[in-house]
Design a binder for this molecule. Structure first.
Ligand SMILES: NC(=O)c1ccc[n+]([C@@H]2O[C@H](COP(=O)([O-])OP(=O)(O)OC[C@H]3O[C@@H](n4cnc5c(N)ncnc54)[C@H](OP(=O)(O)O)[C@@H]3O)[C@@H](O)[C@H]2O)c1
Length: 328
């Protein structure tokens, strides 16, 4: 099988490429990336430096053209903008990039495209979980771009394409959790708002399994929520990160209103955006709602698959990865 994975230098793409390189069913892994050197250095550090079945193509979205790559059997599209500085940046890469990618592939591949629960928005008031048949109400440019991308791809009729609306993904290689592990080394652990925030989540390992299962026995489902077991809170995240780090601290709630000026400043003061990339003014809108829980049952019913990872094991492996990389 010839598999094309975009975003191989990112958190999720990295997980999928490392797996595919070990997967005997995969004869060739094609990885379009912006920098071949970055991917090679990363694979070297991961102990996967010699990878004879890996083909690296240098290309940047949305200016993608993969006609020269030849027919591919499967595509997992992970490249995307998560913390952009403008609405246009999200749409150019997440919408136009995806359309260009799918239009330029030959061989009628099966494709799984990483969308996000942000495309649907937070859990509607009065419900335990957001279901796929609830109306989609994204509240960020990021979420809007993902929803628009799903609709534009369907409209363009690019063959067999499935959209995975992932919740928060956790696991080794996830740079977004680095500030969490750094924070729990101190004594005061700050969380936004007094009320607990409830989230669905998925480990990167469960996500990779779900994608594989979807290709193998996905049935007619073309959009899905996938999760690891259970719902977590922002406090669970901090306490578990503290536990696996062997640290103790005091949870302190900071009024959400204080985050707003910082989030807006991050747009204009690059140092803030660099140290807290997830606090762009756009993504900060997603901090305010208290419930981001999704319903994974339709995926379970269609495929028989359920996630298995635990939060503690996932964060322990994430911390081990940061320690190996010398980041904490
Ligand atoms: N992480 C999560 O919690 C989460 C949750 C739900 C959905 N998702 C979705 O899952 C996908 C992967 O997320 P991730 O966490 O792996 O993100 P990530 O670590 O930020 O990686 C993003 C990847 O996209 C690439 N990329 C960005 N702009 C590009 C462009 N213009 N041209 C080519 N490549 C570009 C990056 O390449 P460079 O290395 O060159 O920058 C990187 O490889 C995204 O579509 C995201 O929306 C993620």
């Amino acid at each position: 099988m010839r598999l094309l994975v975009t975003g191989a230098t990112g958190f999720i793409g990295r997980t999928l490429v490392l797996r595919a390189l070990r997967d005997e069913r995969v004869a060739e892994v094609i990885a379009p990336v912006r920098s071949e050197d970055k991917l090679r250095a990363q694979l070297q550090r991961e102990g996967a430096g010699s990878a004879p079945k890996l083909t690296i193509v240098e290309a940047e979205a949305p200016h993608w053209d993969f006609r020269h790559v030849g027919p591919v059997d499967r595509v997992v599209h992970c490249a995307g903008v998560l913390f952009g500085r403008s609405r246009d940046e999200y749409f150019r890469v997440n919408v136009d990039g995806t359309l260009r990618l799918l239009a330029s592939l030959s061989g009628h591949p099966d494709a799984v495209v990483l969308s996000s629960q942000s495309a649907g928005g937070p859990t509607p008031e009065g419900h335990h979980a957001k279901k796929l048949d609830h109306p989609d109400r994204p509240i960020s440019w990021y979420g809007e771009s993902k929803l628009h991308m799903e609709r534009a791809v369907r409209e363009a009729g690019h063959g067999r394409v499935r959209f995975l609306r992932a919740p928060m993904v956790l696991g080794p290689g996830d740079q977004a959790t680095l500030p969490l592990f750094r924070m729990v080394r101190g004594k005061l652990w700050t969380k936004p708002g007094r009320e607990l925030k409830h989230f669905s989540w998925i480990s990167s390992g469960d996500l990779a399994d779900a994608i594989d299962v979807w290709f193998e026995r996905g049935g007619a489902l073309d959009v899905a929520h996938v999760t690891s077991p259970g719902t977590i809170t922002d406090a669970d995240l901090m306490l578990t990160a503290g536990k696996v780090s062997g640290r103790r601290g005091k949870l302190v709630s900071i009024p959400q209103i204080l985050l707003k000026p910082v989030a807006f400043a991050s747009k204009f003061i690059p140092a803030i955006g660099k140290s807290v990339p997830s606090l762009t003014a756009d993504r900060a809108r997603e901090i305010w709602p208290n419930r981001w829980v999704i319903d994974p049952d339709p995926f379970h019913e269609a495929t028989g698959w359920r996630g298995r990872a635990t939060l503690e094991d996932t964060l322990a492996r994430t911390l081990a990865w940061f320690q190996c990389e010398g980041l904490v």
